[in-house]
Design a protein around this ligand. Structure first.
Ligand code: SF4
Ligand code: SF4
Length: 121
């Protein structure tokens, strides 16, 4: 993640993309109501859902309050554990942090239909 102490060459020159996206693990939608709820969230252009190693995450675009205007973490030495555990190249800059990205309600429906079809085979 962005920091005044750049110990990782991968972060060099990055506009701190990871500090401008809030990613939270969510449960896989298990029934129609949960699917509809997730579809509703995906209507918002700042919200996405991604799947990584069969775990589901909600991604909300937004800037961390501790990120300076020149994209440095102002609390780097005491940044939260979640930030410490987020390491490139498995991060937003390199696009390797997800297996599936769902951008819209339609994406979610199509993904679930494809999974269902594959399970029937
Ligand atoms: S998105 Fe990746 S490369 Fe950029 S600051 Fe965050 S961890 Fe570093
Ligand atoms: S606390 Fe620092 S490293 Fe963590 S998201 Fe905020 S600016 Fe980024």
């Amino acid at each position: 993640m962005a920091g005044k102490i750049k110990s990782n060459q991968y972060c060099k020159g990055c506009p701190a993309i990871c500090c401008k996206n809030l990613a939270m693990e969510i449960g896989k939608p298990e029934n129609r109501k949960e699917v509809e709820d997730l579809k509703w969230q995906l209507q918002f252009d700042t919200v996405k859902v991604y799947i990584r190693k069969n775990r589901w995450y909600q991604l909300v675009e937004g800037r961390c309050m501790y990120l300076s205007s020149d994209n440095f973490c102002t609390i780097y030495q005491r940044r939260p554990k979640k930030c410490r555990n987020h390491n490139p190249p498995h991060c937003e800059r390199y696009g390797k942090y997800y297996n599936i990205m769902l951008d819209s309600p339609d994406d979610l429906e199509k993904y679930l239909a494809k999974k269902k079809k594959a399970e029937k085979k």
